[in-house]
Design a protein around this ligand. Structure first.
Ligand code: ATP
Length: 369
């Protein structure tokens, strides 16, 4: 880094693009990461997450666009001149150096005084005090990842970039490290930008999530907004299971959009509709569908679809049902096992019903089913 206390600020990606020959890996991405926030770049393999991160780090030169931190343009700066550090999935520790020297490496290279104090403070923060003299090969995967975090954070970066940092860990350790990452970010107030393909990880950790798809930002928002108000069928299904019914919308009347799906007349509140005319998807998440045996059990005002139970999976805390609708479509429902309802058997005729506000309408390409 150029000095001990470089200015911070919000991180702005402005029209950022990267082409590799004919492949457009990142396609005019513009977004702002607020200073001090935990930001996730979420997407499937190959959507351009890592390339975006590498352009912020200075490891990849953009084909177009800019990277700004506050009002400072980082685009042309070499990686070591940026107030940015990266933690990789592979940890990238020096195998011949012990934990202390791995963490101290960057400080010594910059000629910083008070190295021992800073290293000890950082090792305490990642709960590795007492491990100073171990080599990376004598540590577990989770411990190695903590050393990598300490080594990146000891340089006091304004922005910490994390590229699938937990992908190599088993599920239990991953959950534990998720909690630690969140705690570290909150304690230090450093801006974290975390790349992951795991929607649950992104939603657990981040204040703001950008869903990337084919090099572009498909949607950006708080986790609950993305889950409850997805902007596209891609986001709706990428963030969790979702029933999407092909439907036709007939426009907004009052505060509702009238929809026809396979001969059924349904309605969705107008503020839950991202399209109100023509081909649409009517979306309802499985946990929002409730199942009734008879019409009397369906509360007034609910929307409903008749169906037959075709499969029941007991999951401990809940039960998952697969349902076949009259027109041969499939719905998925999830009910919590709270001890109040009986489990429905395969073959039961049910009414799948939902609160109108729990559905949403998305535009649909008319050729999609
Ligand atoms: P993953 O989760 O699998 O790491 P990703 O979302 O991080 O994927 P990137 O690694 O950014 O995706 O790659 C985006 C696209 O750019 C892919 O199609 C990839 O094949 C291509 N790509 C990435 N790096 C290069 C390169 N150095 N040369 C050519 N193509 C590349």
């Amino acid at each position: 880094m150029p000095d001990d206390d470089p200015p911070g600020g919000d991180l702005h990606l402005v029209d950022l693009s990267k082409r590799f020959g004919r492949v457009t890996a990142v396609d005019s991405v513009s977004l702002t990461v607020p200073q001090g926030s935990y930001f996730a770049l979420l997407g499937a393999s190959g959507c351009g997450k890592t390339t975006t991160l590498r352009m912020v780090a200075g490891l990849e030169r953009p084909t177009g666009g800019r990277v700004l931190l506050g009002d400072r343009d980082l685009t042309g700066l070499r990686p070591y001149r940026r107030p940015v550090n990266t933690v990789f999935q592979s940890y990238a520790l020096f195998p011949h150096l012990d934990v202390f020297d791995n963490v101290a490496f960057g400080l010594r290279r910059r000629g910083v005084r008070e190295v021992p104090e800073q290293v000890r403070r950082m090792l305490a923060l990642v709960q590795l005090d007492g491990y100073e003299r171990r080599r990376p090969g004598q540590l577990s995967g989770g411990q190695q990842q903590r050393v990598a975090l300490a080594r990146a954070l000891v340089n006091r970066p304004r922005v910490l970039l994390l590229d699938e940092p937990l992908a190599a860990l088993d599920l239990t350790l991953r959950r534990q490290m998720q909690g630690e990452l969140k705690r570290l970010q909150t304690d230090l107030g450093t801006t974290f930008v975390h790349v992951t393909h795991d929607q649950e990880e992104a939603m657990t950790l981040a204040d703001t999530v950008a869903v990337l798809h084919a090099g572009r930002v498909e949607q950006l928002g708080a986790p609950a907004d993305l889950y409850d108000h997805p902007a596209s069928a891609f986001v709706a299904t990428f963030l969790g299971q979702c029933n999407l019914l092909a439907a036709e919308a007939a426009g907004t009347a009052g505060d509702e959009v009238a929809v026809t799906a396979y001969g059924l007349r349904l309605a969705v509140p107008a503020d839950r509709a991202r399209a109100d005319r023509g081909a649409v998807h009517l979306g309802v998440r499985p946990e929002k569908l409730r199942l009734a045996g008879t019409a009397d059990e369906v509360p007034a005002g609910h929307q409903q679809i008749p169906a037959v139970v075709t499969d029941v999976t007991y999951l401990g805390s809940g039960t998952r049902y697969l349902l076949r609708t009259g027109w041969g479509g499939e719905l998925s429902a999830y009910t919590v096992n709270d001890g109040t309802g009986a489990r429905l058997p395969v073959g039961a005729a049910v009414l799948a019903h939902w609160v109108p506000r729990h559905a949403f309408l998305l535009p649909r390409d008319p050729v999609e089913r």
